[in-house]
Design a protein around this ligand. Structure first.
Ligand code: CAA
Length: 431
């Protein structure tokens, strides 16, 4: 179903689908088992021109949008969720440069990514700073015309395979609002070291590693925008642009699992008939397909809003991420159910979808964080809807912030304190 996609979007979809079916699907199980970076798949993706889809033409890319990135991610993820993120994470790494880089930085860092010559990784999280992304500890201290990095980064997807790292570090520990900055670090810089390589439940073909910085000196011209203190804003603006990509990965996983389940249900016979003829299986499939289609459309709406630079994309971006990834978890789990005992086995392709789907509810902001972002936005929007109070009877809807209620609550608290003091037979400080 093309939905709201243009000819251009569909062209990218067809290209990504071709790579997915010819190269990714046949190799998906092999790289999942080996937990190795699939260089041959990356080469096929680059050869098809997919690496520069979202990068502006002046920096060597195709000049298309997040919507085009999303259709490519969906297609690749339909064949392998790991490959979906292996590709999408390059967008995550480049978005801070696109959002906050100088012209010189954009030319220097975006061009080799767009051409598929280099890979990039995004380093925000740390052991003690996950959802609370503002509480980073890694530091970057100015020293002459350099920054000297110290500390660790956790969960660097693409780490080790990537040549360039967008790293968020504290440049001004005394500041609350301008504490961190994004700094571009190249692999091989002295003091840059790949640490623990994670052994993962899913997305096993893409490495996730720790990165350690030990007096790692990078030129000051690598600080994004060459103005310190904008790190948190750059990170948040990046995540607004990148979350639809995770959501698209989830839609691809849901679609891929649904298709395997549809085919299997028509082929598997029990009680003398294909299980697809049973209403309980039909209901499962119908719900899986409906949820997947709804998620896809929300992803497209959010991606288009990002591309149009609409205000308050944070809400839509968070909505599509949380909805699509929850759908992916449900749909891939139901697909395993339809495969029955076989679905639980490693030599069948379906359990991998469920394993790959799980991480989409966690990374690029847990779905709890996404709900928080959506809810904060709703609270702000409610301020513009105050006229609705005229239609809500007041007697039981008293707010807690009006002076009258606050006064009453204070009096009740005082009375309660006095009563309690009396009951315990100790003197109340009001007596
Ligand atoms: N765009 C621009 N600025 C933003 C913003 C946005 N979307 N959201 C917040 N800001 C600004 C605010 O305006 C505020 O600025 P002022 O101080 O000038 O007013 C400042 O940033 C602080 O904002 P908040 O008070 O909202 O910040 P918070 O500390 O409450 O955190 C949060 C908000 C939403 C929880 C945020 O910390 C968050 O998104 N956490 C999740 C982190 C995350 O997604 N990590 C994923 C890592 S990447 C990954 O997973 C990659 C991978 O492996 C593939």
């Amino acid at each position: 179903m093309p939905g709201i996609l243009t000819e251009r979007n569909l062209m990218w979809r067809a290209r990504a689908r071709e790579v997915a079916e010819k190269v990714v699907r046949p190799l998906a199980a092999k790289y999942d088992r080996a937990q190795e970076y699939p260089w041959e798949i990356k080469e096929a993706i680059a050869k098809a021109g997919l690496m520069g889809v979202w990068i502006p033409e002046e920096y060597g890319g195709a000049g298309d949008g997040v919507i085009d990135l999303c259709v490519c991610v969906e297609e690749l993820s339909r064949a392998c969720g790991g490959v979906g993120v292996l590709y999408a994470v390059n967008a995550l790494g480049t978005f801070p440069v696109m959002v906050g880089g100088t012209e010189e930085q954009k030319h220097r860092f975006l061009r080799p990514i767009a051409k598929g010559e280099k890979l990039i990784s995004f380093g925000l999280s740390e052991k003690f700073a996950g959802s609370d992304a503002a509480s980073l500890r890694a530091t970057a201290e100015k020293d002459g015309d350099s920054y000297v990095l110290n500390g660790e980064k956790k969960w660097n997807t693409n780490g080790g395979a990537a040549d360039i790292y967008t790293v968020f570090a504290v440049t001004d520990p005394s500041s609350k609002s301008r504490r961190t900055s994004a700094i571009m670090v190249e692999k091989g810089t002295p003091g840059f070291r790949i640490g623990k390589v994670e052994d993962k439940m899913g997305i096993r073909c893409v490495p996730v590693v720790e990165i350690h910085f030990e007096n790692c000196r990078v030129p000051a011209k690598n600080l994004l925008g060459e103005v310190p203190g904008l790190g948190f804003k750059h990170a948040m603006a990046t995540l607004d642009k990148a979350r639809p990509g995770v959501a698209a990965q989830a839609v691809g996983l849901a679609q891929g699992a649904l298709e395997y389940a549809m085919v299997y249900a028509g082929y598997r016979e029990q009680f003398g008939a294909p299980i697809s003829s049973f209403q309980m299986i039909q209901a499962l499939l119908a719900d899986m397909a409906t949820k997947t289609e709804a998620a896809r459309n929300l992803v497209h709406v959010a991606a288009l809003a990002v591309d149009r630079g609409e205000p308050n994309v944070s809400k839509l971006s968070a909505m599509c991420k949380l909805f699509a990834t929850d759908v992916a978890m449900e749909v891939t789990t139901d697909a395993v159910q339809i495969f029955g005992g076989y679905g639980y086995m490693r030599d069948y392709p379906i359990e991998k979808y469920m394993r790959d789907a799980k991480i989409t509810q966690i990374y690029e902001g847990t779905n709890q964080v996404q709900r928080m972002v959506v809810a904060r936005s709703l609270v702000k929007e409610s301020l513009g809807l105050k006229h609705l109070l005229d239609y809500i009877p007041k007697e039981i809807q008293k707010g807690v912030n009006d002076p009258e209620t606050l006064q009453r609550l204070a009096e009740e608290a005082r009375r309660l304190a006095e009563e309690t003091a009396g009951a315990l037979d100790v003197p109340s400080h009001h007596s």
